[in-house]
Design a protein around this ligand. Structure first.
Ligand code: CP
Ligand code: NVA
Length: 318
């Protein structure tokens, strides 16, 4: 193994058998090592074979990227995925998590769970004896944040001191961006309509993690937030589970469409990110998604590479 791979293995060894439920579950060194490993895997400088391990997917919400990227990541690691959705298992008929988690731990090597209540992934993790990965809850989307910061690092060659403006709903994606960004030394400025700001307890946690001096700012002024930034990030105005609020949210978010005028305020070399799926014409214009500033499809690709690195670390394959 080369020196970099040895350093990465040393840093990630402590993640063997652990859960990944929140962006704040891992340290600065571990995130950096995961991004380093993801980059090695992406550039085919490294191959990891986990020897036919099995990841169970329990998804209570729709997914294209997360589902497919986990399937592809496991295949590339020589493993497989079992789809355990609620409709075709006893989960949908109310079998308690404490039973399901213990039984699945006897069959699978890890679980990736997408659900509503964050407490549900915590409960699975408490009862399972295998690693549990948060594949999105109402509170966080930590796998997404890893792909986001890999994309930013690939573009600028660094993360420390990068200025990122998140425009829109203070949701799960915003929460994980703040926590992960704070650890990595990225300055994050979130601009949301009044009453749609991120949860104050997450903001405070992010600020307490920002020991490297990163700033976490919250405002209601989107054009001011993007001034001079390196990265503009946005996400849907109504997340999964908020479909009933779509109309009222459209009204509240009127001034928060990321369009060309936002790019004009940002740094000349600024990039635009969106976790996808996007509602073109709502939170982002078609023109911006298709612009040369957009790294949105690289960002989507990076889900495979970071999740491959994460699975290798949690399953002790380094
Ligand atoms: N970004 C993301 O998680 O996409 P999916 O909902 O398609 O998985
Ligand atoms: N905030 C969005 C992200 C989708 C990947 C949602 O939760 O629906």
């Amino acid at each position: 193994m080369d020196t970099l791979s040895i350093e990465i293995a040393k840093e990630l060894g402590s993640l063997n058998g652990k859960d990944y439920l929140s962006s704040s579950d891992i340290s600065f060194g571990q995130i950096n090592a995961l991004l380093g490993l993801a980059s090695q895997l992406k550039n085919r400088k490294r191959r990891i074979d986990l020897g036919n391990r099995t990841l169970g997917l329990i998804f209570s919400k729709a997914s294209t990227r997360t589902r497919v990227s986990f399937q592809v990541a496991m295949a590339r690691l020589g493993g497989q995925v079992i789809d355990l959705n609620a409709q075709s298992t006893q989960i949908g008929r109310g079998e308690p998590i404490k039973d399901t988690a213990r039984v699945l731990s006897r069959y699978c090597d890890a679980l990736a769970i997408r659900t509503y209540e964050h407490q549900e992934v915590i409960d699975y993790a408490n009862w399972a004896s295998i690693p549990v990965i948060n594949a999105l809850t109402d509170l966080e989307h930590p796998c997404q944040a890893l792909a986001d910061f890999l994309t930013i690092e690939e573009t600028f060659g660094t993360l420390k001191g990068i200025n990122l403006a998140y425009i829109g709903d203070g949701n799960n994606v915003a929460n994980s961006l703040m926590l992960c960004g704070a650890l990595l030394g990225v300055n994050i400025s979130v601009a949301s309509p009044k009453d749609f700001e991120p949860d104050i307890s997450i903001v405070q946690r992010a600020r307490s993690l920002a020991i490297s001096g990163a700033s976490i700012q919250i405002s209601n002024d989107p054009l001011k937030a993007v001034k001079g930034v390196n990265v503009i990030y946005t996400d849907v105005w109504s997340s999964m589970g908020q479909e009933q609020q779509q109309e009222s949210r459209r009204l509240a978010f009127q001034k928060f469409t990321v369009n060309k005028s936002f790019l004009e305020e940002a740094d000349k070399k600024a990039i635009v990110l969106h976790c996808l799926p996007a509602h073109r014409g709502e939170e982002i214009s078609d023109e911006v998604i298709e612009s040369e500033n957009s790294r949105i499809f690289d960002q989507a690709e990076n889900r495979v590479h970071v999740q491959q690195a994460l699975l290798a670390a949690l399953l002790g394959g380094l």
